[in-house]
Design a protein around this ligand. Structure first.
Ligand code: C2E
Ligand code: CA
Ligand code: CA
Ligand code: CA
Length: 279
């Protein structure tokens, strides 16, 4: 069923060209999707390399389009960002992920942070931290069980605003991670300046660590640097046991990837957690 999902993405990609009318059409469909509750959140485990234990979950947005089936965020997040729709959609993701994480905590199935992706448009809203605080209050999720994922590009776009927002986030008690690390703006000074809890090494650096010495060197260097700066580090897109072994040897503390699990819909994640608890 998951492979079929992948094929559906490709099918969708071909149907929607990038012409202006296609974008407008997609924008209208997204607005309707929000009204009709067609979005879903999938969850992918973040795993400790040393033990295999779940140390976090990433919330990943999906759109169940009645006509085309499951649509990947890569297909619609850019349009949602251009149109500003990502602000209400992102708030919906945040609320849904916090509520679900609190439900898993209450059921004593798992007690780890849920990581939510943030787009630049949400970041620009001066209400962001107020929204986050209100959602934590409303769902009862403790702040240290929420992590916000920001890209380097987002962080560097407006360093003053970023510093202000991240400091406020720290005062609130939430965790902050840098997503797709290594692919964005190359200044590393911000790692010292901003209160960052975790780096997520982009999967483009992980994919070929078995065969490309340069990629292995980059991944190993990022891990070593994170250790020196006392920042937690996670490798994205781990698909093979050999990759996991290398990362473990380099003392990369956590990973995410198909090797452990694809992103799962809520009911499948609940079943997985129940199974783990029973085992
Ligand atoms: P990302 O934040 O880098 O998320 C990781 C992506 O890698 C996810 O794709 C995930 O399914 C995929 N992935 C995980 N493990 C593996 C693996 O072992 N191999 C490979 N090849 N891929 C793996 P997904 O779910 O399609 O999301 C794509 C992007 O869409 C995300 O990249 C993120 O930038 C964006 N996105 C997802 N959800 C949200 C959201 O709620 N808000 C915003 N603003 N962006 C989102
Ligand atoms: Ca992410
Ligand atoms: Ca990423
Ligand atoms: Ca990415």
């Amino acid at each position: 069923a998951k492979e079929q999902g992948r094929n559906n993405y490709q099918f969708y990609e071909r149907r929607f060209s990038t012409s202006v009318s296609a974008r407008l059409n997609l924008e209208n469909r997204l607005r309707r999707a929000l009204e009709r509750d067609e979005f879903e959140v999938y969850y992918q485990p973040q795993v400790e390399t040393a033990t295999g234990e779940f140390v976090g979950l990433e919330a990943l947005l999906r759109w169940r389009d009645p006509e085309h089936g499951l649509v990947s965020p890569d297909e619609f997040v850019p349009v949602a960002e251009d149109s500003g729709l990502i602000v209400p959609i992102g708030e919906w993701v945040l609320r849904t992920a916090c509520r679900q994480n609190q439900a898993w905590r209450s059921a004593r199935l798992l007690d780890v942070p849920v990581a939510v992706n943030l787009s630049a448009r949400q970041f620009d809203e001066h209400t962001l931290l107020g929204t986050v605080a209100a959602i934590l209050d409303e769902t009862g999720l403790p702040p240290q069980r929420l992590e916000l994922e920001l890209t380097e590009t987002l962080i560097m776009r407006n360093p003053e605003l970023t510093a202000e927002l991240l400091d406020a986030g720290k005062r609130l008690g939430i965790l902050i991670s840098v997503d797709d690390f290594g692919t964005g703006y190359s200044s590393l000074a911000y790692l010292k300046r901003f209160p960052i809890d975790r780096l997520k090494i982009d999967r483009s650096f992980i994919a070929d660590i078995e065969t490309e010495p340069d990629d292995a060197a980059i991944a190993q260097t990022i891990i070593a640097m994170a250790h020196t700066l006392r920042i937690d580090v996670l490798a994205e897109g781990v698909e093979t046991v050999a990759q996991l072994r290398m990362l473990r040897n380099w003392q990369c503390s956590a990973y995410q990837g198909y090797l452990c699990s694809h992103p799962l819909p809520t009911h499948e994640m609940t079943a997985l957690l129940r199974g783990l608890r029973a085992a």
